[in-house]
Ligand binder design. Structure first.
Ligand SMILES: NC(=O)c1ccc[n+]([C@@H]2O[C@H](COP(=O)([O-])OP(=O)(O)OC[C@H]3O[C@@H](n4cnc5c(N)ncnc54)[C@H](OP(=O)(O)O)[C@@H]3O)[C@@H](O)[C@H]2O)c1
Length: 329
């Protein structure tokens, strides 16, 4: 089979499309013929050896896939050959076949394309877990979403809107803000793409966007210098969601949570799904209901063939991706 292989640490340019043996479905696994693979920022971190989970080389990047069952391994009774399945796999998705643990697979609802099914896992389930479970979002809350046009961002915008929140989309360009508004953000705020000389101006901008009471919840998949500015615009008793660090891992003056009586909440969707998969399954059903009822769109902005999977990851590395990017096979 063909697979886009990382055989040395580096950027997307190090990936090579090569012929490798088709994997075998081991006990408790299914062999999936991959039709679509969602692209996520951790794909970049993984091939660069910068992700928290290290994968032995050679491997193909790609954490979320959809396709049809080609074979079932020993002990698998819940899936049959030919069924349409979405799977959360960590790595291996940018390939024609992948072996996936059956416990990390789910049937694709009728009417949902392979591309939509693939990309509705990682960032959408993360956003739902973050906002609904961790932040205990209430209807009427004000939510500020940083990096609002990114994969996590566009999912958080829609989940927060569907849970009844007022959503303010923050991003580094007007085009990204317009994208987030198309997906349900009520308002937008532009922040500088690079560290400004006077960071207090950014705090003022963000505070102005959420209003005098402050934001009840901040969704932060960006980090870096933006984090401190954003936490300063939380309301009393607000919740700060630590999701990711595309702009670097920030340090936080701990007087800020004290002054605001606020919660700084770490979000780790991967370990949540490993420990509480039935809860994640219930969350997925709610996301699928929204999709069915036209209340949620995967927000796919570009599709690439397998041999251009590196270009797909490069879009995220260049900060030029909007919404979700998908590789189709
Ligand atoms: N905690 C979890 O369980 C979990 C789950 C999924 C993903 N994540 C993390 O969430 C983060 C976002 O992932 P994603 O797949 O949504 O990525 P993405 O689609 O590339 O979006 C990331 C956003 O970060 C902003 N950004 C700021 N500086 C950047 C830079 N130097 N390079 C690239 N982007 C930059 C960009 O928005 P602006 O240009 O508007 O600033 C971009 O839209 C990653 O750190 C990922 O590891 C965490």
């Amino acid at each position: 089979m063909r697979a886009l292989i990382s055989s040395e640490p580096g950027g997307p340019e190090t990936l090579r499309l090569v012929d490798v043996p088709v994997p075998v479905a081991g006990p408790g696994q299914i062999l999936l013929e991959v039709k679509a693979c969602g692209v996520n920022y951790p794909d970049l971190l993984t091939i660069q050896d910068r992700y928290q989970v290290k994968t032995p080389r050679p491997f193909a990047p790609g954490a979320e896939v959809a396709g049809t069952v080609a074979a079932v391994g020993p002990g698998v009774t819940e899936f049959r050959v030919g069924e349409r399945i979405a799977a959360r796999i960590g790595t291996g998705g940018m390939a024609e076949f992948v072996a996936a643990d059956a416990g990390r697979c789910s049937r694709i609802p009728e009417g949902m394309s392979f591309a939509d099914a693939a990309v509705m896992q990682f960032t959408f389930e993360t956003a739902y877990y973050a906002l609904q479970t961790r932040a205990r979002l209430q209807a009427g809350d004000t939510v500020l979403v940083l990096g609002a046009a990114g994969g996590v961002g566009i999912a958080a915008v829609q989940v927060a809107r569907n849970l009844g929140a007022r959503v303010v989309a923050a991003a580094s360009s007007e085009a990204k803000i317009a994208f987030a508004r198309r997906y349900g953000a009520g308002e937008g705020v532009l922040y500088p793409a690079v560290i400004p000389e006077d960071r207090r101006e950014v705090t003022t901008l963000l505070k102005g966007s959420v209003g005098p009471r402050g934001a009840d919840v901040v969704v932060d998949p960006v980090g870096g210098w933006l984090t401190e500015a954003a936490i300063r615009c939380l309301a009393e008793g607000g919740r700060y969601l630590v999701l990711g660090f595309t702009a670097g891992i920030p340090s936080l003056p701990l007087n800020l949570p004290l002054l605001k009586n606020c919660d700084v909440l770490g979000i780790n969707w991967r370990t949540f799904t490993l420990q509480q998969d039935p809860q994640n399954e219930a969350n997925r059903r709610e996301l699928q209901r929204w999709y069915r009822e036209g209340m949620l769109s995967p927000g796919i902005s570009a599709e690439f063939p397998l041999h251009e999977g590196g270009k797909a990851i490069q879009l995220l590395a260049d900060r030029s991706a909007v919404g979700k990017i998908v590789v189709t096979i």
